[in-house]
Design a protein around this ligand. Structure first.
Ligand code: DLL
Length: 434
């Protein structure tokens, strides 16, 4: 069995847009009636919740930001009484007050279906043994993928995150066929297996579904080569649902958005104007069916573009590109915009560097400086200075050509940078401290 909602995943555009419009109308009505925050905002802006005739009217609605969620902590934006909420999740809250989200029973059913669709698109069926190495808890990754995989009928291993040795033993003993975690943790597992001299061909792994953090095409290639799997990207955020918003099919060329449940706009984050099709901007999402915690035009701060071309897999759901960065992790160095992902893509492309790196931003006087720490394979680290210097120069040149600014590069010993079992933290910004 696969989980294939052909009626919804292969609709023609006119039919889909009609469905989106009807669902948008009912969402606008729901928040006007049940969420004082939106009622007040709409009133101030003179918005008539009954006056929605076309999808493009969405641009008249206000945006919702993370600050709005924080200001209404914990339950202020819920659209149903707490007695109808059957699950609560929250973002980690490492950078301020946590944002809290709630799900009704219907929301949980929708969530499972959305994730089951994405697992199916990525190749997983009810014959698979799915090892979920995302954290279970307030983070949406573990539970989100868990219920989707169960819905699909796969055999689910809810191992949760961390404990790399145990993860590997379970992959071997339970013959896991699908691995679900962050892409950076997939590489941690791959490295640990290489260290343990495990023959990858003796494992049953076939698929890897990775998400929760940005990663590059080069990183995908590295994961696929090291683990001998088909690695797909899936995207979501807790404010909107969690995983299940969009995911790649095995074509691996963009993430199909579950457009019958989410309306996605791409805007210019400075002017708020819609971007032309295919151009990169900030992803803005409106939920179309959520009951417990609907959001209108949520500014994700993630940067991506839409892909309009048809996909050979047959799904007509429009795709979004991988997330290439965030409006808030863009570093402005000497006036130039730099995204960590640009640096990653180059490092992965260079022979002799390992996929682990860290970007340190400092201020010297008035000038910002970036230093990229790159782990290199042992043979190079202990090699002659000349070779090391050659590699540093090569990396610097490639980075300067891509970024348009000079960057310091330091080679460090393999395994010397911190590893993460969830989302990797690649950038250390020391500018506030100096
Ligand atoms: O990370 C939900 C999720 C869990 C998605 C597991 C996929 C798999 P949050 O913790 O709220 O939710 O973090 C959301 O993570 O705004 C993006 O910046 C980033 N992110 C999530 N998936 C991807 C991805 C989950 N595939 C934030 N590529 C989002 C790039 C991603 N960034």
């Amino acid at each position: 069995m696969t989980y294939w909602e052909k009626d919804n995943e292969c609709m023609d555009r006119a039919e889909l847009e009609q469905l989106q419009l009807e669902r948008l109308q009912s969402t606008v009505n729901r928040v006007t009636t049940h969420v004082p925050f939106y009622r007040k905002k709409f009133k101030e802006m003179g918005i008539d919740p009954e006056g929605f005739n076309s999808l493009s009217d969405i641009t008249t609605l206000p945006f919702t930001t993370k600050d709005d969620l924080r200001n209404n902590y914990p339950y202020g934006l819920f659209a149903v009484p707490l007695r109808d909420i059957v699950r609560v999740h929250a973002s980690s809250g490492t950078t301020g007050t946590a944002t809290v989200v709630g799900y009704t029973r219907n929301d949980l059913a929708t969530w499972s279906s959305m994730v089951a669709r994405i697992l199916t698109g990525a190749g997983v069926t009810h014959d698979d043994v799915v090892q979920i190495a995302f954290g279970y808890g307030m983070f949406t990754g573990g539970f989100g993928l868990h219920y989707g995989a169960e819905k699909l009928g796969a055999s689910v291993i809810p191992i949760s995150s961390g404990n790399t040795k145990r993860q590997i033993q379970i992959i071997q003993d339970f013959r896991s066929t699908a691995l679900v975690c962050t892409p950076s943790y997939a590489l941690v597992l791959a490295d640990a297996m290489a260290e343990m001299d495990i023959n990858i061909n003796s494992l049953s792994l076939k698929f890897g579904l990775f998400g929760g953090e940005p990663w590059s095409e080069a990183m995908r290639n590295e994961i696929q080569d090291k683990l001998h799997i088909i690695a797909t990207d899936n995207y979501g955020l807790s404010e909107v649902m969690g995983p299940g918003v969009a995911g790649e099919c095995i074509e691996r060329n963009g993430l199909h958005i579950n457009e019958d449940h989410f309306y996605v706009e791409i805007i210019n984050p400075e002017t708020m104007a819609p971007m032309p099709m295919g151009e990169v901007g900030e992803v803005v999402i409106t939920t179309l069916t959520k009951e417990g915690f609907p959001v209108i035009r949520y500014r994700t701060r993630d940067l991506a573009h839409l892909i309009d071309a048809p996909c050979p897999c047959g799904r007509t759901l429009r795709r979004m590109s991988r997330v290439i960065g965030r409006t808030d992790d863009m570093l402005i160095i000497k006036g130039v915009n730099v995204y960590p992902m640009q640096i990653e893509a180059i490092l992965f492309d260079i022979e002799g560097t390992s996929p682990h790196y860290q970007i340190i931003v400092e201020r010297e006087g008035r000038l910002d400086r970036i230093t990229v720490l790159v782990e290199v394979v042992e043979s190079i680290f202990f090699d002659q200075m000349k070779k090391q210097r050659g590699l540093v120069d090569h990396i610097k040149k490639r980075l300067a050509a891509e970024l348009g600014i000079g960057v310091e590069v330091k080679l460090v010993e393999e395994q010397s940078l911190e590893r993460f079992d969830g989302k990797a933290q690649r950038v250390i910004d020391r500018r506030e401290l100096s």
